[in-house]
Design a binder for this molecule. Structure first.
Ligand code: GLY
Length: 400
């Protein structure tokens, strides 16, 4: 690791088990309280003035709320809290019904985010309580996802109508949508799902990592030849910068890619992408929304990127040589310490979320996103924060 990173981490402390327990206990209390409003409804993607409003099951983000319910269910069971566990299980099942209806009606599913929607909700429900509706919904979601695969270029198209040059691209985030396909292959015995996942992973990792190990958010392929064309940003500051969450998806994405493919070079890719992420962190280990910005800049943070990267490090640590694994685990513990000490919600009076200071999409003069959810809680930030704490508190069978 570079001297810069060694210096950055020198005086940092790791989160203790007792602090993890307290943070998870608060998350459980908050989620139990949330169930009144968010069982038949979902939380919106981000909070406004500290509070999430209710939404129908729309957008790419609702699975992260159901995922929090399942993580809270696991925590309640671990603590022997039967009443809480029963209420959470019931709520999780109501939400799975909604996901099944959504995929049956094909409501807002014409994009690649089937994994974000269906892994932490329906795959989790199937793995944890054997929900058959969860299984059915998730297999249908996998079927939907593979309709977006382009044999010319070998990738899954992210957004928009298929077969238009302006939409002929994938995005780095998609690496987290692919575990759904591996799971579907395992469940059904059909190889097509994982074959497509493997092709996409190969195309994505081969093109999305730049020479300096920063990453492109989105990458266009040539529609006629299938050759790589060019990278561009949507939610980052500018095309050539590294959007913090894109880089964090790269950290977790390369870990997941290794887990499923066992290609050794993805361990090296993980180390490089993670190294770039760490080298561009400010002293409290929580990135600004784009890694272009650093210590002292008047720009918002994206705390969700810190949790996502921590989860990626904890996942990859499982497959590394013990010394390397311990190194990344320690860094994840330091990141989570900072989030728990300085970013988490501590009072239900001020917020109905879990982690403050995330940024969904910030407009810059050079990017193409719609501005929303700047310096707020966001739903995947809350989810990955819980996932990282859950991973740090013992063995955990991933929903991904
Ligand atoms: N996957 C979209 C985002 O991270 O904002």
């Amino acid at each position: 690791m570079s001297e810069k990173v060694t210096k950055l981490l020198k005086d940092k402390t790791r989160i203790r088990q007792e602090e993890i327990n307290q943070a998870m206990d608060f998350a459980l209390t908050q989620i139990m309280d949330n169930l009144k409003e968010f069982t038949c409804h979902f939380k919106k993607a981000y909070s406004e003035n500290g509070f999430y409003q209710a939404t129908e099951n729309v957008n790419w983000t609702t699975g992260f709320w159901t995922g929090q319910i399942w993580l809270a269910w696991e925590w309640a069971r671990k603590k022997g809290l039967a009443r809480e566990a029963d209420a959470l299980k019931e709520a999780g099942q109501v939400q799975i019904d909604s996901f099944l209806e959504r995929i049956n009606e094909k409501r807002e599913v014409d994009h690649h985010d089937m994994g974000f929607l269906y892994s932490p909700s329906c795959v989790a429900g199937y793995k944890l309580i054997g929900s058959q509706k969860g299984r059915e919904a998730a297999i249908k979601a996998a079927d939907q996802l593979i309709t977006r695969f382009h044999p010319v270029g070998e990738f899954i198209q992210a957004w928009g109508p298929m077969d238009q040059p302006e939409n002929y691209r994938f995005i780095i985030d998609c690496l987290l949508n692919l575990p759904l396909l591996y799971w579907a292959s395992e469940e059904t015995g059909k190889e097509r799902y994982h074959e497509i996942a493997e092709k996409h992973i190969h195309t994505a990792i081969a093109n999305v990592i730049r020479e300096d190990y920063s990453t492109w958010h989105t990458f266009f392929m040539n529609m006629e030849t299938g050759e790589p064309d060019h990278g561009a940003t949507c939610q980052g500051y500018r095309d050539g910068s590294a959007w913090a969450r894109g880089q964090a998806w790269g950290v977790y994405g390369t870990a997941v890619a290794y887990r499923y493919t066992k290609r050794k070079r993805y361990i090296e890719d993980f180390k490089h992408v993670t190294g770039y992420f760490l080298e561009h962190l400010p002293s409290d280990l929580v990135p600004y929304w784009d890694l272009e910005f650093g210590e002292g800049d008047e720009e918002p943070r994206d705390s969700s990127s810190a949790s996502i990267a921590a989860c990626g490090m904890l996942e990859m640590a499982k497959y590394m040589e013990p010394e390397d694994g311990a190194y990344y685990r320690e860094i994840a513990e330091m990141i989570m310490k900072s989030l728990v000490d300085h970013y988490r919600v501590t009072s239900m009076e001020t917020s109905n979320g879990l982690v403050l200071h995330s940024t969904y999409s910030k407009k810059s003069p050079y990017n193409t996103c719609t501005p929303e959810g700047v310096d707020a809680c966001n739903i995947w930030g809350d989810y990955f924060y819980m996932e990282a704490l859950t991973r740090l508190s013992g063995e955990w069978n991933p929903y991904w």
